[in-house]
Design a protein around this ligand. Structure first.
Ligand SMILES: *Cc1c(COP(=O)(O)O)cnc(C)c1O
Length: 495
């Protein structure tokens, strides 16, 4: 069994104790006018270097991450990324440049941005890329704004609806709604977009359709060309949610499937660790007819020098400061060069192989089934259902997930997509070994045995993590959130 560090780590402010060797504040010698000077010293923790190191190291031991074990969180691509990408991104050359520098002095990073854009454009089959958006959802928002600009430019202002399938990632309808569109949901049939249902919702109000392929069930929408034609014939555009590209690298291009706009999560597929609290990058690629609307500036090359082009009259404007998360783009550049075309293709083959291997193993275990089992193979991820387990034993997908933590395995994404009951959405990724997959299957087998043996362990697990059962509802209630150490101190003083 896996065991995390289990101690109550105080706040660093609670570790504070005044010291005589503290450098004295020289406020009195300051040239600052009297009225702007502090009256009291700031409340900073007074701790020694070793105390700081131990505090944060202890905190890090209470966490789970990709550097510790398998993290098969479906739809999120939590994979190990080469440390080389981080190493290069943290070089002083990168750390010390500033976006306000004269463009003559940042030719290197502009070249990297330009080349990364063309690599990505090639990978997804589009003509041009903007590197500006900071994340997937931000890329979606940018993409939806591009749709609006495109329709407005054609004097077509009736298009105020965006269609999303019922299996869509939550950010898709959220981004469309944020941009002011009405969201229309299209049901799926047998795990894929229902073409007839789609036909019945498209029309003169359709701005576009947002989907991902393979979809969130890990199923490749084979009828994608027909789907694209239905939307295009109605005058709408096709948006590809390319957050997770590790099923199709070198195998299929969204541009070839008929998509007009694609976003890519560099922090899922291309070398930036995902889930570390950012920054990320969600570049957006477009086909020819949308190039004019891209955010400014774009990174261009005139044959001798790289430059930023702000002179784009039809642009939607800026979607964030400067030109994008440069260090994340650099990691992607390193990652792509490191793998090469063949390497990227092999990577997606392994991702898909791992996913199918694990899907086969898990669905051989009592209590778990693979809905829409006729769709095989799955791509980089799959969704199993624990509904039989619930029926037989009362143990839910959530409880299985919690118990998995005792084995040093991060739970899969549970209860998403919503079209599968007791869903466990699992993405092992290409960076896990066969041994790890077998180990996970053994853990799920043991959990299934425990469920059918009516073990009480399931209801109270995890037992080996720093925190056990977290009150997820309470954690989301603004009134009970404690966001600063002062709030926490106040509460602990009052008890
Ligand atoms: C992660 C993800 C997103 C959103 O990306 P963020 O960078 O978290 O905003 C969108 N769609 C899918 C399918 C995803 O997996």
């Amino acid at each position: 069994m896996f065991t995390q560090a289990r101690w109550e780590e105080p706040l660093i402010i609670q570790l504070s104790h005044p010291r005589i060797d503290q450098p004295q504040a020289r406020n009195s010698e300051s040239d600052l006018p009297e009225k702007v000077r502090r009256r009291n010293p700031p409340s900073l923790p007074e701790v020694t270097e070793i105390e700081v190191i131990r505090h944060y190291t202890r905190l890090s031991q209470q966490n789970f991450g990709v550097d510790l074990g398998i993290y098969p969180l479906g739809s999120c691509t939590m994979k190990y990324n080469p440390k080389l990408c981080d190493l290069i991104a943290s070089s002083s050359k990168m750390q010390e440049i500033h976006p306000y520098q004269d463009q003559k002095t940042i030719q290197g990073i502009l070249q990297i941005m330009y080349e990364t854009s063309s690599f990505l454009a090639n990978i997804v089959g589009v003509e041009k890329i903007t590197l500006q958006p900071s994340a997937g959802a931000h890329g979606e928002y940018t993409g939806v704004m591009l749709m609006r600009a495109y329709h407005a430019d054609r004097n077509d202002s009736t298009r105020d609806e965006i269609i999303v399938p019922d299996s869509a990632h939550g950010t898709n309808p959220a981004s469309a709604a944020m941009a002011g569109f009405k969201v229309v949901q299209v049901p799926s049939r047998d795990g894929c977009v229902d073409k007839d249902a789609l036909k019945s919702v498209v029309g003169p109000r359709t701005a576009g359709l947002m989907i991902t392929n393979p979809n969130t069930l890990g199923i490749f929408e084979r009828e994608i060309l027909e789907i694209a034609a239905i939307v295009h014939d109605a005058g709408g555009l096709l948006y590809y949610d390319g957050a997770n590209l590790n099923a199709i690298l070198g195998k299929a291009k969204p541009g070839d499937m008929g998509f007009d706009i694609v976003h890519i999560n560099l922090h899922k597929t291309f070398g930036t660790p995902h889930g570390g609290g950012g920054p990320g990058a969600g570049p957006v690629g477009v086909r020819k007819h949308l190039i004019d609307f891209l955010p400014v500036p774009t990174v261009e090359f005139d044959g001798t020098k790289y430059y930023l082009d702000y002179d784009r009259p039809k642009t939607i404007g800026k979607t964030r400061a400067f030109y994008g998360s440069a260090a994340v783009v650099l990691r992607a550049y390193v990652y792509i060069l490191l793998h090469g075309k063949e390497g990227l293709e092999t990577l997606s083959e392994i991702a898909v192989l791992n996913s199918n291997y694990l899907a086969r193993k898990l669905t051989g275990i009592r209590g778990f089934t693979l809905p829409f089992a006729n769709h095989v193979p799955r791509k980089h991820e799959f969704v199993i259902s624990a509904s039989e387990l619930v029926k037989d034993t009362g143990i839910t997908a959530l409880q299985v997930g919690k118990r998995l933590m005792d084995f040093g395995i991060h739970p899969p994404t549970v209860y998403f997509p919503m079209i599968v009951e007791e869903a466990m959405m699992t993405e092992p990724t290409e960076t896990v070994s066969k041994e790890e997959l077998d180990n996970m299957a053994r853990a799920v087998q043991q959990i299934s045995d425990e469920c059918y043996a009516n073990s009480s362990d399931l209801k109270t697990s995890p037992h080996s993590t720093t925190a056990t059962r977290i009150d997820e509802a309470r954690a989301n209630r603004p009134k009970t959130m404690q966001l600063t150490w002062k709030m926490i101190s106040k509460q602990s003083n009052s008890v």
